[in-house]
Design a protein. Sequence first.
Lengths: 687, 564
Amino acid sequence: MTSRMIGVDVGGTFTDVFVLNEAEGTASVAKVPTTRPDQSGGFLDGIRGEVQDLSEIAVVVHGTTAGTNALLERKGAKTGVICTEGLRDVLEMRRRDRPRTWGLRGDFEPVVDRRNRLEVPERTLADGTIRTPVDLDAVRAAAKALQAQGCEAVAILFANSYANTTNEDAAVTALREVWHNEHVSASSEILPEIREFERFSTTALNAYLQPEVSGYLGRLENALKAGGFDGEFMIVQSNGGVMAVDTACRLPVRTALSGPAAGVIAAGYIASSAGFENIITGDMGGTSFDVSLIAEGQSMLSPQTSIDFGMVVRNPMIEITTIGAGGGSIAWVDKGGLLNIGPESAGSNPGPVAYGLGNTRPTVTDANVVLGRIDPDNPIGGKLERLDFEAAGKAIDEHVGGPLGLSTVEAAEAILRVANSRMAGAIRLVSVERGFDPKRFAFMPFGGGGALHAGAMLAEVGIARAIVPRFPGVTSAMGCVIADMRQDFVQTINSLVGQLDEAALGDFMQDHAEQGMALLDAARTNFESRELSFELDMAYIGQTHTVSVPLNVKTQGGKVTPPTRAEIEEAFDTAYRATFGRLLQNGVRRILNLRSAVTGKRPKFDLSALAPSGDGVSEPIARRRVHFADSWHDTAIYDRLALPVGTVIKGPAILTQPDTTVLIEPNLQGRVDRFGNTIIEPMEDAS
Amino acid sequence: MSDIDPITLSVLAGRMEQIADEMDATLFRAAFNPIIAEAHDASHGLYHATSGDTLVQGKSGLPIFVGVMSFAVKAVIEKAARDGDLEDGDIYIFNDAHIGGTHLSDMRLVRPYYRDGELFCYLASVGHWHDVGGAVPGNYNPAATDVFQEAFNLPPVKLVRKGEINQDIIDILLRNTRLPQSAQGDLNGQLGALDLGVKRMDELLDEYGSDTITAALNALGHRAEALMRSELTDLPDGRWEAEDFLDNDGISDTPLKIKIALEIKGDEMTLDFTGSSPQCAGPVNIALPTTVATAYVAIKHVFPALPANAGVMRPINVIVPEGSLLAAEFPAPTGGYTETILRMIDVVFSAFAQAAPDRVVANAYGTINALSIAGKRRNGQPWVMFSFYGGGHGGSIETDGLNHGNAPISTATIPPMEILEAAYPVMFRTWALRPDSAGAGAHRGGLGAVYEIEVLEENGAEAFLFGERGRFAPKGIAGGDNAALNLFRYEQDDGWHSPPLASKMRGITLKAGQAVRLETPGGGGYGASSERAPGAVARDVARGLVSEAEADAAYGPKWRETTA
């Protein structure tokens, strides 16, 4: 019987495994140490710990940071570029930006060395006219030169190839004949969208990742198969959908935010099951606090991101806003006497002062330790025996309390207040600033530290309640099992609506639909349903920013009926009015890009599989003093996973589980819902 | 003044900054013209009710506005005092650069903010409009000899009276621009940003009360001052001089001097620009507000952690000689103010480099190179391609300079080549780094760029350039070498030509198939070139960033003994 679905998320410290037994309706989770440098060891250990016979597994879905890490650590392959004459430096010149507004310091090296960026005669104009046909002998000579220089991957980057792919097509055919491996990326295949730097950067980073990521995924797949696995192996993309492993090997750049995206997908599903369609997620790690917003069950997508300065990836991805306020963020007082948190961080190594691994400057976690909110004798994660409470207090005195004239406890409260206000600022940024009222949202903390700060977020932002998932530490692994299969496509159209070639637009839509459906057909997964969606990026002439205009398109028997010009104009007016309030008199409407998405909905599992069993323990396992606001409170400590459904715990209280501490502040209460989530909300009136 | 605890202050500092940031974001989203929408040539903030001093300003707006906005607010405060009719719900508008600083393209909106019937502070919005009339589309007229040739001049007037828009003002504005639709879109965006600011201030004051917020605003000013004094105390006392030149004013070919004496004494500093050239005929003059604001921008680059708050300037004395081009009188033209303030920043850095070389970077490329190519299509439709171009940043104690960066007074990105080619009948033959353009040094400067742009339109086109650094190169510091000069050429039937005034020219006629070529300076070098690691030189040569000849000349032959 092959009814098990497995999600695996490999993080910096732990590899999380989520196992769903569909036949029995049960689920289990496991955490094993991440192995380095080859992560496949921990990956397989984690699975084997839960399922001995790999042939029982139907699907393995992986949220991976292999691509992200290779980009951040600059550990991709030696990559070559073959580009249009006169444009070899586009990757290095970026969009003429700088790393920081003030100070004018810092430099930049692109992932492709200038020696490995070679030009060939060819030129296409913006209207698609071929001004100079590509010189294929020059392409072959460039390929030979790049091979001689040791390049393992190559990217073809031609000007205006989004408007006419002829030159790139010819070059890529010639190149694939002579290149010694399959790692060839062409810009019109990766991203047929106007804006050369963004297209070239995305394509070059794809090439840079191909050998690394496809090698890693290949090792994993082989090891799984060697263990008897005969199911389907899939990878989470930055857009929150999954793709087949061979697609991931071809388009590794689409995994850039794979792990975090899976976490947001799981958060959305958990919240929706629990009855919350509008949530703001907050993932607190060692160095950062990552916030994402889900409205009416839909997560927000952003069109591009910078992995690091100058390393732009343009692909739809789940929008995650990051600020430098994590558990390891350092608290310091500046020369003007103002308390600051971060952006400098002690990370997880050396980590907070209390870890005793060499850092002496106080962090947010140290403040939580000093105030009793984290148990120094039972640190989460299981890596350390105990936390150094005294050292944390001393560091806070020296760096914060002394300069501000505050006691240790006051200084620790101050650190949390400023850190909480920064985290609240990030929540306001994704909600209030985009027109969403946070009062209509629930806050869902995940990751190890978020649930310590949930109460503060309610108070600071005016959110009504928080929902802490039953297993906040393995959310990304769970998201792997939940995510739908999805492929995104883009094509620059660049036409006034009045001059639109409707048939040509229809051809692009048809092509996207067929490519997407073919990928779904190739998958061995069963889909509950399939969805096609089309959007146009449009604006008035003279306007810079486009609005997304969803199209209501009919398909029948796989045939797409393209919209008429009048339908497009109407759809634009509706979308524009919703964004800006009113239309522009006599404005001329323009279409920039077509964006298509093909989604295969995967069957969802019932989260009550995770719920606690009927009988449990709702008595405290211990008590300790915890500081809230301006006084110490005798606080009950509970074993969270043992609490039965329906338990209501009144604050102040602390719920502990192996990888998370949930803090319930005075005046708040925590209720265990039928899935085992903890709902934190203002205390019900005693009357 | 009521006291405020330091923790509430930290919290409120972030909250108020977020209000200004959100006003910025609102305008960037709504603005029609790409100079605001993409290049972020705009700014928003909160200003003191009686002095107009900057209290809080957004982080994403253009750096130069951080210093200059308070002058716009001061101008409105004076106007309102004269007229005696300031009321809740008023909004003033103007672009007069002699009163508000920068240039006439920057449209300033100032709105008094009332709380419980009392004036609490001012909110202001500034944005660079695409066109405000004058002789040249886009308003960079290198041959202007007064403001009337540059643009339409609007002094502070009430656009909105007690919440009622005065449509007459809007009608006048829209009749005086070549791009009324763009102007209307930008104006709506600025009004929207101010509305949002009012809403957010209401919420903040509801939550904290006006006493607490007033106390916080006062405390932030003291803190900014304390930070600046503390930074100055860390530097040695002394007096350091530096000077540099502008090529010319676009009218007569005479170099113009910018001179500084920087003096640090304890926790105070004087920036004395005595000895700078007198006011000139052409548009590289700047008004006094611009000069003071630029001093602030330069200081903030040296001390990046300083807040955008007027308290920073309390320990700083800026001396600007009367009658100089740094204190130009109405109606002197100021359209090319960017070039002059970039040179001011260069001399401040050069002076600081003598006091504390590790605190500053060498000169950046030092010109925005406003290049416009315009013409008519076959169907008679006019087109104007107007953009600024990039160059190298200076080396620092940490690293080589950044290749192809934006100007220190700006955070604007360059439009993609493909967007320009799709919008205008041109083709870029080259869009590349410019080898040998950086100043040599232990840490060399970043490289400038080469842009060669061919006209495709069979009717031909006309080009004009407003640039600088054609005669005087960006300087190195701490023993580093100077960068290459800005080099502009244009193609004619008999070959390539250079402008007589080196970096400024109007009315260049181009036929289809002819091109202009702009080669921009790199940044200056940091530290003696003899201290650069031979391996780093060899790598630059292997990458083609530095030619063999230049490497030998600047660094000697040692690099040839190493492998890249």
